[in-house]
Design a protein around this ligand. Sequence first.
Ligand SMILES: [Zn+2]
Length: 350
Amino acid sequence: MTPPTGTEIAVLSQGRAAVYEEPLGPAGVRVRERPKTEPVPGAVAIAIRAASINHLDLFMAHGAQRVAPPRVIGADGAGVVHASGDPAWQPGDEVVVYPVVCCWECEWCRAGQNVRCARFGVVGEHSDGTACELFHIDARNVFRKPKSLSWSEAAAFPLTFLTAWRMLTTRGRLRAGEKVLVVGAGAGVAVAAVRIARHLGARVFATSRSDMKRRRATEIGAEAAFDSTEFSKAVREKTGDGVDIVFEHVGPATLNESMRSVASGGRVVICGSTSGVKAEIMMPRLFWGQMDLLGSTMGNVGEFKAVLDAIDHGLKPVVDRVYPLSDVEAALARLDAAEQFGKVVLSIEE
Ligand SMILES: [Zn+2]
């Protein structure tokens, strides 16, 4: 018999928790009470102070992720260690969670390529999530909370900053001085991209359908922001030959305009397709433009550490609004109405 690989520590969400129960949209997520237990060896139990929600939670609540309920939502969490089954952490330590589920033991995980793990998943989708009072996870997913951030800010960055960091650096090979276009600038991941690209010394441009979001994008670091419909003309007028990188998460509704906005030899990096799953593209633009079309999702633990280091050097998330856990339905509804700029956070009352 082959020995089991890895410890396969179960992720557990306990105490009061926001549970996806029925595919009804925001109304299908309800606050329930679950029994609390002590952590198993190798795991850490975190008293969550703040969790944040993502489009992923909303897709799940609408029944679009093929996740069988019940499931506690939330990939992002920050809190205080309540009890530890690992000597690396002590009760009272202030921590954040690397929001990836992986085995930690396979060749890919050992090589630091967590995104390639056969067991790779997202906390709150492939396991229960952080929107709860007491959250148990493998100690290798736990990192010290950046001192410069409030609890809400600490819960606002993990998934979106990890995703945007990998897209811009590892996949997009961004260099200081390059031009980056971020489409759909209100979404959490896009706001993260604006902040990260600026932090890394890029010139940043943004698009949004909303006046308010275009204004906010320029306030947090974009040089100019354009309306989302047919933005490539405006981008080319502003930049001369187009941008070096387009940051894409919208998909079919913007992809061709994104490809028109990129300069020769540029990169379009894609982490999502919120406007639909099928897109038709103009092939000549791809090969004639020497273009790289790059897919990316989440990030490795090394990329998470790089984000933490950048935060220690001044990088900051943007919190849109904070709701108590009991108002999780209203928090999801804000995302559903696309009213947010930055992250919607759930505060877990003590
Ligand atoms: Zn693995």
